[in-house]
Design a protein around this ligand. Structure first.
Ligand SMILES: Cc1cc2nc3c(=O)[nH]c(=O)nc-3n(C[C@H](O)[C@H](O)[C@H](O)COP(=O)(O)OP(=O)(O)OC[C@H]3O[C@@H](n4cnc5c(N)ncnc54)[C@H](O)[C@@H]3O)c2cc1C
Length: 342
């Protein structure tokens, strides 16, 4: 298959932070042979590549070297079912939220807490997307990948994906394995997860005492819409920092100094802190570097009011990290993938 990429394409429409950055080369792929042709072209021309889904978990630090490959493979279908479960296969370019709603409308549960997360199905395993007490690894059966090392197709099990909190093999070795499709194991008889966050309160507010998975999805959508800026209205990349995990001793010391500090003890004895709480308490809400600002309502989200560059966003993030490290002795890690400039 012959391959000819576009050149010098502005990626602003392709990242939810809305920063302008040019891709030296750019292509959309809808079928696997196009993907292979693009990757072979990049190898032959000694160009790195960047895999792009919905661009909702990226910070483009500047113009992007090499070839940007936007994955647009579509399709979803049932591949297997028994009395208890149904196995759904979704191609990488499927819109995640539309996939979630489609499975719920069929009467299958498992994805309801993960409603309204932007992006594609293929990217969901990359940072093991999670919300309201559920992570994609809880429902994932396997992924099909194209390995750039030998161009072989491989199924990887959940164990092989080496998932962690907002992390996986794919995030640690970016670009090497292209996720072509994901298989999800969904339940015919729901097992609902209502304990996390304000889901129960939202259901009560709606007068629902025996919720269905669709009710939970509706509640999650309402909660998210009330808390998080919609990237279509105000550009952002969701939570900008991971919630830091610290040793119990340090957590106890901090609790003495800041009795109000939000802390979640973990099974392994460590303690998770709320990054948003730390940033808010340190007075960062509404602070800006150029057009890059900490969101007025949600301190964990950095927004672009229009003309911010990736460098502005990263400069603001660096100031926040330095301040939080100085105040609390806590290291904040950036959650989105930072793509270095040319
Ligand atoms: C408003 C908002 C709310 C959000 N809420 C949440 C949330 O609640 N929980 C959460 O976990 N995340 C959340 N996110 C982050 C983001 O939505 C997810 O990480 C999502 O899975 C990213 O999908 P994407 O298609 O946009 O990926 P992109 O941003 O396009 O890519 C992200 C990374 O994955 C790689 N990649 C993309 N597709 C593939 C593929 N097929 N194979 C291999 N690598 C690939 C890219 O190279 C890049 O490194 C939020 C983001 C926003 C803007």
């Amino acid at each position: 298959m012959s391959f000819q990429p576009q050149e010098q394409v502005d990626l602003r429409p392709y990242n939810t932070l809305g920063v302008s950055a040019r891709a030296r080369y750019f292509t959309n792929v809808r079928i696997q042979p196009q993907l292979q042709a693009a990757m072979r072209w990049a190898i032959e021309n000694d160009q790195p590549w960047l895999l792009l889904g919905g661009g909702s978990n990226l910070v483009l630090a500047g113009d992007v070297p090499g070839l940007v490959i936007r994955l647009e493979m579509s399709g979803k279908r049932v591949v297997h079912e028994d009395d208890e479960h149904v196995w759904v296969r979704a191609q990488a370019g499927e819109n995640w939220h539309e996939l979630v709603r489609w499975t719920l409308e069929q009467g299958w549960s498992g994805l309801e807490n993960l409603s309204l997360i932007p992006g594609t199905a293929g990217a969901a395993p990359v940072q093991n997307v999670g919300a309201y007490g559920v992570e994609v690894r809880d429902v994932l059966q396997q992924v099909l990948v194209l390995d750039a090392l030998d161009f072989g197709l491989k199924h990887l099990s959940v164990e092989e994906c080496r998932f962690d909190y907002r992390d996986s093999l794919f995030k640690r070795e970016p670009g090497r394995r292209v996720i072509l499709s994901i298989d999800l194991r969904l339940r015919k008889r729901p097992q609902l997860q209502l304990e996390y966050g304000p889901i129960r309160a939202e259901l009560e507010r709606r007068g629902i005492s025996e919720p269905t998975p669709l009710d939970i999805s509706d509640a999650v959508i309402a909660i998210r819409q009330s808390k998080l800026p919609d990237p279509a209205v105000l550009s952002n990349a969701g939570s900008f920092f991971k919630n830091p995990v610290i040793a119990a001793g340090q957590a106890a010391e901090l609790k003495q100094r800041y009795p109000e500090m939000v802390q979640y003890p973990l099974a392994d004895g460590q303690v998770k802190l709320a990054a948003g709480w730390l940033i808010e308490q340190a007075g960062w809400k509404g602070k800006c570097v150029g057009d890059a600002c900490v969101h007025q309502q949600q301190a964990l989200v950095l927004v672009n009011h229009g003309a911010a560059s990736g460098a502005d966003v990263l400069a603001l993030a660096a100031q926040i990290r330095e301040d939080i490290a100085g105040r609390y002795g806590v290291n904040l890690e950036i959650e989105p993938v930072v793509i270095d400039a040319e």
